[in-house]
Design a protein around this ligand. Structure first.
Ligand SMILES: Cc1cc2nc3c(=O)[nH]c(=O)nc-3n(C[C@H](O)[C@H](O)[C@H](O)COP(=O)(O)O)c2cc1C
Length: 367
């Protein structure tokens, strides 16, 4: 990818402190070792919202993935289906939610809701997602404004995309060295549009931030959506309790990969308090900084039912397109399997506080 596109994916808000914390928190987890245990082929599968999946991994909603590769989202969904994991389509996806449903294979499809077009627009999106066959609705609640991604500002990257001469001149040196990316973009101009926007406003963010959701909106969303409801972007036990009171079946402990409020703690560090608060009533997932199968094991050991991954699959997509996402998911499975064997665990269900008697299976510098 050209550097400005890489930075859209890899970058985070302000000083990128929270983004770095997300990674460091996984690195700081220290396993308690248990040697000489016979483990065959450990069970990697788990149930998520009542369905069985091959891995405790969900592909996170990511906007404008088409800037990485054309027609990216259907490809990402097909790879998820092959690997037996759910994938979440973003309101800000390049491809429309209907196209992803049509071309994205037969896997478990979730839709992530932003209030594009205010509440009226959100109602329409919820109905479209139901009509298109999405099973689960994810409401992201940490984006009342966009975080300030300084790398994007430096490159002049913004929405709608600015094709002015000054901006093109600034980006051109990065793009010229990436002829493959440029060629693919030239063939498919839709790569930098938002497919869920109405015609006439296809490159703008429209009214995304005019009327962001509040807890009161969760009530009507719950009444309107018959399937499982997930609230994404919580970092505290209090907010998790409120989400569950509003009818959430699951919550995602997430700081948006450090892309929103810089200065938040690592999401992994926020996880145990949320699990303690709502873990008996709702499923708890975590995202932010998950890069390896062993990170998945760490998150599960600290109480998560599953993790969401964002950048990890986008890097695979950038490197090799659809087979690149396949490969990322294979690597996650291989690493998770090896970690479980090395830990002496027969399956992911054995990971978690209390499994090792009074010992917690992991010890974090912060816990
Ligand atoms: C390029 C990019 C676009 C994203 N777009 C969205 C989005 O449209 N909606 C959303 O809820 N989260 C979005 N996220 C956040 C992810 O869903 C997820 O919370 C985050 O990527 C997890 O951190 P990780 O990338 O370190 O795995 C985006 C993340 C990235 C990297």
């Amino acid at each position: 990818m050209p550097l400005p596109v890489f930075d859209v994916v890899d970058g985070a808000a302000d000083g990128e402190v929270t983004s770095a914390r997300n990674r460091a928190a996984f690195d700081d987890v220290t396993w308690v070792h248990r040697a000489a245990r016979a483990v065959g082929n450990p069970r990697l599968g788990t149930s998520i919202l009542g369905e069985s999946f091959a891995l405790p991994v969900v592909l996170a909603p990511c906007g404008l993935v088409g800037s990485v590769r054309p027609a990216a989202e259907p490809a990402v969904f097909r790879a998820a289906a092959r690997a037996g994991v759910p994938a979440v389509s973003s309101t800000c996806a390049t491809a429309s939610l209907e196209r992803i449903a049509r071309e994205g294979g037969a896997g478990d499809k979730w839709f992530q809701l932003y209030f594009l077009g205010g509440r009226k627009g959100a109602e329409a999106l919820v109905d479209r997602a139901a009509d298109a066959g999405y099973r689960t609705l994810v409401v992201t609640v940490d984006t009342p404004v966009s975080g300030h991604r300084e790398r994007d500002s430096r490159h002049g990257v913004s929405l709608p995309v600015d094709f002015g001469i000054r901006n093109v001149a600034r980006v051109a040196p990065h793009v010229i060295g990436r002829p493959g990316w440029l060629w693919r973009l030239a063939r498919d101009r839709r790569s930098i549009e938002m497919g869920n926007l109405s015609q006439g406003d296809r490159t703008g963010l429209g009214s995304l931030f005019e009327e962001p959701p509040t807890w009161r909106d969760l009530d009507w969303i719950r009444r309107r959506w018959n399937g499982p409801l997930v609230v994404k972007g919580l970092m505290s036990a209090d907010d998790a309790r409120t989400a569950v009171e509003c009818g959430a079946d699951a919550v995602v402990v997430s700081n948006h990969g450090g892309r929103q409020l810089d200065g938040l703690p690592a999401s992994l560090d926020a996880l145990p308090a949320v699990v303690a608060a709502v873990g008996d009533h709702a499923e708890v997932y975590v995202d932010g900084g998950v890069r390896r199968g062993s990170d998945v094991a760490k998150a599960l050991a600290l109480g998560a039912r599953a993790v969401l991954i964002g950048r990890a699959y986008l890097y695979g997509l950038a490197a090799a397109g659809e087979p690149g996402v396949d490969r990322v998911l294979e690597i996650f499975a291989e690493e998770l399997r090896r970690t479980l064997v090395l830990l002496g665990c027969d399956g992911v269900d054995e990971l978690g506080p209390g499994v090792f008697g009074n010992d917690v299976p992991v010890r974090s510098g912060r816990c």
